[in-house]
Design a protein around this ligand. Structure first.
Ligand code: SAH
Ligand code: DHB
Ligand code: MG
Length: 220
C-alpha cells in the first residue's frame, strides 16, 4: 500500500506497540506455516489490548483466531483469573495459534475452539459462561451480522463489540455489491445502527494493511 502508511505504522509500532520476541515469533511461525498474513497490525493489536484494559475485561470472546496474534494482544490484558475463548474454523490455524499462545504463557487463560463459529457459538451459549466483556469479530465477514447477534446473547450491559475490516478499501459503501463479505459487513453496520441494545460507530483506518476500519459497539 502507500509507503507513507507503512512508515507511520513502523514509527508508531516502534514507540507505542513494540513487537516483542513472542509476538514476532507468532508472526514468523504463522508465515512459515503459510497462514494468510492478515493479522491485525501491532498498533491495532495494541488498540485491542487497550480497549480490553479500559473495559476491565475478565472474559473475552474472539471469533477468528488465525495464528493467535490478536489473541496474544487481547490475552495479555486479562487478569490471572481471566479467560479468552477464540473460535477458529481451520484446525491448522488453531494448531499454530495454540503453540503461539503457549509460548506467550497464555495457555492457562486462552482456549481455542476449532470449527465453524456458527456451530461453536450455540455450544458455548449452552455452557452458560459468564458474560463476555469484550467480543472481537474477525472471521468470515459474510457472517458478521450473525456474529453480532451471538455477541448480544453472550455479553452484558456495558460490554464492547469490535468488528475488524468494516471498510475494505471503501467497498462497504457499495450498496449494490453482491460480494458476501460486503453484504455481511453492511448487515452488521446496519444492525449496530438499528438495534435497541447497541450503540456504535465505525472508524476508517489506513496503515500497513491498507485502507480499512473497525466498528465498535457498546451493549446497552
Ligand atoms: N484475528 C486474527 C486474524 C483472523 S483472520 C488476527 O488479527 O491475528 C480470519 C480467521 O477466521 C482465519 O483464521 C479463518 O480461518 C477464520 N475463519 C473463517 N471462517 C470462519 C468461521 N466460519 N468460523 C470461525 N473462523 C473462521
Ligand atoms: C484480510 C484482512 C483481515 O484483517 C481479515 O481479517 C481477513 C482478510 C485481507 O486483507 O484480505
Ligand atoms: Mg481482520
Amino acid at each position: 500500500m502507500s509507503q507513507v502508511w507503512d512508515d507511520v505504522d513502523d514509527y508508531f509500532t516502534a514507540h507505542l506497540a513494540p513487537d516483542d520476541d513472542v509476538l514476532q515469533a507468532a508472526l514468523r511461525d504463522s508465515a512459515a506455516a503459510e497462514l494468510p498474513q492478515v493479522n491485525v497490525t501491532a498498533p491495532q493489536g495494541k488498540l485491542l489490548h487497550l480497549l480490553a484494559g479500559v473495559q476491565g475485561a475478565r472474559h473475552i470472546l474472539e471469533i477468528g483466531t488465525l495464528g493467535g496474534y490478536s489473541t496474544i494482544w487481547l490475552g495479555r490484558a486479562l487478569p490471572a483469573d481471566g479467560r479468552l475463548v477464540s473460535l477458529e474454523y481451520s484446525a491448522k490455524h488453531a494448531e499454530i495459534a495454540t503453540r503461539n499462545i503457549a509460548r506467550a504463557g497464555l495457555d492457562k487463560l486462552v482456549e481455542v475452539r476449532v470449527g465453524p463459529a456458527l456451530e461453536s457459538l450455540p455450544k458455548l451459549a449452552d455452557e452458560n459462561p459468564p458474560p463476555f466483556d469484550l467480543v472481537f469479530i474477525d472471521a468470515d465477514k459474510a457472517n458478521n451480522a450473525h456474529y453480532i447477534e451471538w455477541a448480544l446473547k453472550l455479553t452484558r450491559t456495558g460490554s464492547l463489540v469490535v468488528v475488524d475490516n468494516v471498510v475494505r478499501g471503501g467497498r462497504v459503501a457499495d450498496a449494490g455489491s453482491d460480494a458476501p463479505d460486503v453484504r455481511g459487513t453492511r448487515a452488521a453496520i446496519e444492525l449496530i445502527g438499528s438495534h435497541p441494545r447497541l450503540d456504535g460507530t465505525a472508524i476508517q483506518t489506513v496503515g500497513s494493511k491498507g485502507y480499512d476500519g473497525f466498528a465498535l459497539a457498546r451493549v446497552l
